[in-house]
Design a protein around this ligand. Sequence first.
Ligand SMILES: Nc1ncnc2c1ncn2[C@@H]1O[C@H](COP(=O)(O)OP(=O)(O)OP(=O)(O)O)[C@@H](O)[C@H]1O
Length: 500
Amino acid sequence: MAPMDPSSGSTVAYGGKAADAYRKALSTAASAAAYAVLARSMARELLPDELRAAARWGASVFRARLGWGGAKERRTLVIRSQTGGGSGSEENLLFDAARTYLSSRLDPRDMRRLGLTLCKSRDDTGRRSWRKRLFMEPDDSTTDVFDGVQFTWTSVEKSNGSGGEKKKPNAGESGTGGDREFMLMLSFDAEHTDMAMERYVPFVMTAAEETELRERSLKICLNEGRSWFGLKHHHPATFDTLAMDPTLKQSIVADLDLFANRRDHYRRIGKAWKRGYLLYGPPGTGKSSLVAAMANHLRYNIYDLDLSHVESTMLRWLLPNMHDRSILVIEDIDCCCDAMSRAVDGKGSKTPAGTGEDNSTDSSESLALPPLPKRNTEVTLSALLNFIDGLWSTSCEERIIVFTTNYKERLDPALLRPGRMDMHIYMGFCCWEAFKTLARNYFVVDDHPLFPEIQDLLAVVQVTPAEVSEMLLRTSDPDVALQGLTEFLKDKKQRQTKKA
Ligand SMILES: Nc1ncnc2c1ncn2[C@@H]1O[C@H](COP(=O)(O)OP(=O)(O)OP(=O)(O)O)[C@@H](O)[C@H]1O
């Protein structure tokens, strides 16, 4: 501030003006800052995340164009195809995941050169198709924008000395290619290091996992001795083709989706991430088809455990060798082990069975119990339960266990309690809604003059979806097929009335 002179006053006047100007400037700056703070907080409140991210990205591009802000400090993450070195080296899962992720992001129109591989695969309905994989060639790079921040990926191939022909890893194969080393460089502004490590890299891993899950061909694994052997699984059954009560179908799909999305929930409550389904009902009502539809819906492999000729000790080898995201199926569980021991007196008389959440639409259709079959296995119920509930259950994640039976009454309640068999699903005789699904699947018809008669017959005749499917399969002419089915149902009705 200017010194004050009591004799003249001019300095005072000058000092007063200067002070005024200074005050004005200060208040202007303060209100500009206040406006900026206000605008920023309003933007935070009013604009959705995506819009703010886009605005940030736009601003950064604008700044970069104008050359404002100078050169920023950069960070680079080096992701090698192999970790460690020499004989102890292992495939780096992040490298594979990043390649899978980039394969789905690369735009051939933006790239100078691009690696392309095609693999044979099959779609959900089992039809052959080609799966395309794009890869960055060495020294090429691409930019990905995540939450408004730019991440640059560069593919690098490094020679370790001795020369020789370059070998690039093939689709789905990381490999070092002998004396060559492959890596991906991920660079970003240093200020975004936390975001890169804590959010972007996990995002890349998850996206790659989802792509792999979507693209992988499913397997059905059968047990042989202590090990599994896998075959490609192309069962065409889906929830769309499954003929059953629509409400029950919807509740199964919802239950599966909830289960598959609950990784954190299971961790938080300290429980193994598994869920059990009991499918019961007469033969030919679609229990096996439902298992296939579950596998196709979740993209899980099936492990079909045949307990005949399996000793209890073998379970110790077989079950921990299953992979994550799989369905363990034991068909006709009542015939497999002593599962029925406590529920039946051995002569075939029923005792009530079944605890747990029963989602059946109608359990009154249970079959009369035939004599118990001779068991062919050494596996005891307690051994089986030990594995399902015991420490084994945590040996892998996201596992579904399905037991099927034609005779739920024979099963020991211990096997059926919630936590073991969480959902009990009754697959019943063909109802009207189920028939409509079959008619739509086979002939793409939603209506027909014979429908009212068929509806009346289905209300009183016990016929399985397998029997109806068989009738519909006989010809490709819907009129002939539906006429044949009507005759078949009438005949069945007559026989059932006579028997009654
Ligand atoms: N609910 C259904 N929806 C569609 N098709 C079905 C259904 N039930 C049976 N089918 C047809 O019948 C055939 C046999 O059905 P599936 O093997 O699924 O019955 P299941 O209940 O498992 O029989 P089982 O108890 O004898 O093992 C299937 O291939 C399918 O064509």
